[in-house]
Design a protein around this ligand. Structure first.
Ligand code: PLP
Length: 439
């Protein structure tokens, strides 16, 4: 117990007070200190509390040694977490240390990356190159596409829905049951009418249900939110069939947004991909940067047909730029990261990376089959679905679970050894998803 108290005191969970008399010990909530607290304690910098923790925010600094200890402890914990990280699509195999010096700058990519800005400590030039690269990967029409580096897939999806709503204020958004949970929040925020379409058991949008639902609402333009790789099952919605629905119902005004969060960096590098990009007539697409490319800071790219973006652009004198993006201040480091990743790997490097991920997915399928967990995956997908294990095992391997399934995602850092360790533990698992387990 004593040891525990010492550790908690060191890491700021315990405070001691009561000079001279009996020491009182109390547990306090975690940091950070709030400005309100700082106001209350203004003027009371009492050096003797230095290192004691976060109870008094004006005296919150730890000693340099304690700071190092604290950071080291966090580092070890994160390394540990990485070793059993198998359920989420993030690449951890990167080295951006040549970019460290940029951390010393107040980078801010505020404004439109394609126009000048009065704030020039930015990386707009690199951001434009990143947008150009993604335009080529998605077969965007030259000179008719615009984009920017976002904070991730969610912001890119919101951007696509924003453009669609501005184009068709009376439109209805159709999205499948398997769509990422953030999309219904986006639609609520944007106040767009929307209808959820049934999914097939493999996770793709049910085209019969889409056809029937759009038919009933054919007096308003359809806006289809299409999944290019669903979160849980890696399913790809059939863009050709979506176009056929519009044609069959003689609907000439429509919008399709593609959510290609993970698969947008897989499909450009495989042979014979399904239709998924601008060649398939989409109006906008969102791709995450921290997923297949990998980044210590979440990021992504959104691309849209320029004519849609022109409708929402507003000139802002304060920043001397066009207000075409959702956030004001924007990350200037992530365009450098995405640009650097591409310089490191290029087309051939990414092709090899995707080959490795798909090989690992096949290896995991084989191994999971051997222990009878009924695994499956979609073609070109690195999401391997299998029967839901116990909550204990799901927690240990950081698995995403839903209903009676779970998945692993074989990312660049996945090795045969990792698959073997996982499968060995799964083979011993009680497999009772209802088992009471609290981490
Ligand atoms: C299909 C899909 N869309 C959107 C998102 C959200 O992306 P982000 O976490 O980059 O905001 C995810 C995240 O896993 C996803 O799988």
């Amino acid at each position: 117990m004593m040891e525990m108290m010492e550790m908690m005191e060191k890491f700021g969970n315990v405070t001691t007070s009561g000079g001279g008399g009996k020491k009182k010990t109390r547990l306090v909530p975690s940091p950070p200190p709030s400005f309100r607290d700082m106001g209350e304690h203004a003027g009371g910098r009492q050096g003797h509390l230095r290192g004691a923790g976060y109870n008094d925010p004006m005296n919150a600094e730890l000693s340099p040694v304690d700071v190092q200890d604290r950071l080291q402890a966090k580092w070890v914990q994160l390394q540990d977490a990485l070793a059993t990280h198998f359920g989420y699509p993030v690449n951890a195999d990167f080295d951006y240390s040549p970019l460290w010096r940029f951390l010393g700058l107040p980078l801010n990519n505020i404004g439109d990356p394609f126009t000048t800005s009065s704030y020039r400590i930015n990386t707009h030039d690199f951001e434009r190159e990143v947008v150009d690269l993604f335009s080529r990967l998605t077969h965007a029409p030259t000179n008719d596409v615009w984009g920017y580096v976002t904070n991730g897939g969610t912001e890119g999806n919101m951007y696509g829905m924003f453009l669609a709503r501005e184009l068709f204020p009376d439109g209805v958004v159709y999205y499948s049951e398997d769509t990422h949970y953030s999309v219904s929040k986006i639609l609520r925020l944007l106040h767009i009418r929307n209808i959820m379409i049934k999914s097939r058991p493999d996770g793709a949008m049910d085209m019969e249900d889409l056809h029937e639902t759009v038919r009933i609402h054919r007096d308003v333009p359809p806006i289809v939110f299409a999944n290019i790789g669903t979160t849980m099952k890696g399913a790809i919605d059939d863009l050709r069939a979506i176009r056929a629905v519009f044609k069959d119902l003689a609907l000439h005004r429509h919008y399709v947004h593609a959510d290609a969060a993970l698969s947008g960096m897989i499909l450009p590098f495989v042979d014979d991909p399904p239709e998924w990009d601008f060649l398939a007539g989409i109006d906008s697409v969102a791709i995450s940067g921290h997923k297949m490319i990998g980044s210590p800071i979440p990021c992504g790219v959104v691309l849209a047909r320029r004519k849609h973006v022109d409708r929402i652009a507003r000139n802002v004198e304060y920043v001397g730029s066009l207000d075409t993006t959702i956030p004001g201040s924007r990350n200037g480091l992530t365009p450098l990261i995405l640009w650097f990743a591409w310089q490191q790997l290029g087309t051939e490097g990414f092709r090899q990376r995707i080959r490795h991920c798909l090989d690992m997915a096949d290896y995991a399928l084989d191994r999971l089959r051997q222990i009878g967990r009924n695994p499956w995956r979609h073609r070109h997908s690195i999401t391997v679905v299998f029967e839901r294990p116990s909550a204990r095992l799901a927690h240990r391997w950081q698995l995403a679970v839903q209903d009676d399934i779970a998945h692993i995602i074989t990312m660049p850092q996945t090795t045969r050894d990792m698959v073997d360790r996982f499968v060995a533990e799964l083979a011993q698992d009680t497999m009772d998803p209802r088992e009471d387990f609290r981490p």
